[in-house]
Design a protein around this ligand. Structure first.
Ligand code: HEC
Ligand code: HEC
Ligand code: HEC
Ligand code: HEC
Length: 131
């Protein structure tokens, strides 16, 4: 009996942990990286999970890539590490500046696939700073 209760408790804990992690991505509706000291354009609408479903991107590594000593490590991903932890605002020897990293990642794929926005105003709504 005791064992059964323990198993149940463990199962519900696992479920809670799963929901928690799903919720955190689900929760992203726009990108507003606090690493940008001041925002000239404002938050960029990006519904994380919905975007990736529509775009049919199953591999987290397509965006959350892992680099070790400046080399891409295709065996892992960097889920849980913010882009800005590697791509600093000014950039450095190891990685390009943050704004360029975002722009290149988003725009390159859209251009390659011929789908998704590539013009400033499509990603940066005019009223983004007023909201
Ligand atoms: C495919 C979408 C996309 C396109 C197209 C795009 N951007 Fe961005 N831009 C982003 C994302 C994502 C960020 C990071 C936003 C954040 O986290 O705050 C960003 C950040 C910025 C920032 C730094 C943050 C700020 O608000 O000051 C500036 C400035 C900017 N973009 C200007 C431009 C300009 C100018 C163009 C057109 C030449 C452009 N962007 C095109 C997606 C885009
Ligand atoms: C199209 C690009 C893209 C794909 C694909 C993608 N993500 Fe993300 N994800 C982002 C961006 C951009 C952020 C914001 C990064 C930042 O703030 O540094 C983010 C943030 C996150 C966060 C942080 C959530 C928070 O609230 O802080 C988690 C967790 C996450 N992603 C998990 C995943 C997982 C798991 C997958 C694969 C199933 C995935 N992502 C696929 C672009 C992507
Ligand atoms: C673990 C550190 C790390 C994290 C986290 C990381 N990057 Fe990178 N990234 C690098 C390094 C190192 C390079 C190679 C040097 C360069 O091109 O800046 C790179 C290269 C890139 C490139 C050029 C190559 C390519 O894949 O197109 C883009 C674009 C990019 N990163 C965007 C991002 C974005 C956007 C995020 C967050 C969703 C992110 N990176 C998260 C370290 C990281
Ligand atoms: C690996 C490819 C890939 C990357 C990386 C990517 N996108 Fe997309 N995106 C797509 C595709 C494909 C579509 C078109 C989906 C469809 O058919 O509606 C799209 C559509 C969009 C749309 C249209 C509305 C929507 O949510 O479907 C927005 C906005 C968008 N992307 C923003 C971004 C931003 C911001 C980034 C960078 C943080 C980004 N995307 C990175 C592939 C990508």
């Amino acid at each position: 009996m005791k064992r059964k209760i323990l198993t149940l408790a463990l199962a519900s804990l696992t479920l809670m942990a799963l929901c928690g992690s799903l919720y955190s991505q689900d929760d992203i509706k726009a990108l507003a990286d606090p690493a940008f000291a001041s925002m000239r354009r404002g938050p960029v609408p990006f519904k994380h999970d919905q975007h990736n479903e529509k775009a049919k991107i199953a591999d987290c590594k397509a965006c959350h890539h892992l680099y070790k000593n400046g080399k891409l490590d295709p065996s892992g991903d960097s889920v849980g590490t913010k882009c800005s932890e590697c791509h600093t605002l000014a950039g450095g020897k190891l990685a390009m500046p943050l704004m360029r990293a975002y722009h290149r990642q988003c725009e390159n794929c859209h251009a390659q696939k011929g789908a998704g926005p590539v013009a400033c105003a499509e990603c940066h709504p005019k009223d983004a700073l007023k909201k």
